[in-house]
Design a protein around this ligand. Sequence first.
Ligand SMILES: [Zn+2]
Length: 105
Amino acid sequence: MIRVEYVDGRACPLVRCDGCGEQITDAGMAGVVWPLNAGPEFPQYGEGPTIPRFLCKTNRCLSRCDWPWEELSTWLVFLVGNVGLDGATRWRDAQGHAEFARRCR
Ligand SMILES: [Zn+2]
């Protein structure tokens, strides 16, 4: 789950494993999963909202799930592009704003 947690008085956006609750600090060690019956490929199940879940590899939470999944790092790249941060200038501006958040770890 994506959460806002307060660390040293700062509001920090964090990702925690939906399986074990551990904070995910390495995007290469986690995956994003979603229900198999979601999306237009499965019209028999409808197209309700799909809420992704985040599972770690560290505690094997991802390997115990049989839902479709994608590496967290890849998923985040798609997300960044989908919210319009794929241009170099906007990406650099966002990194400047994120400098504050990096101190949350
Ligand atoms: Zn986990």
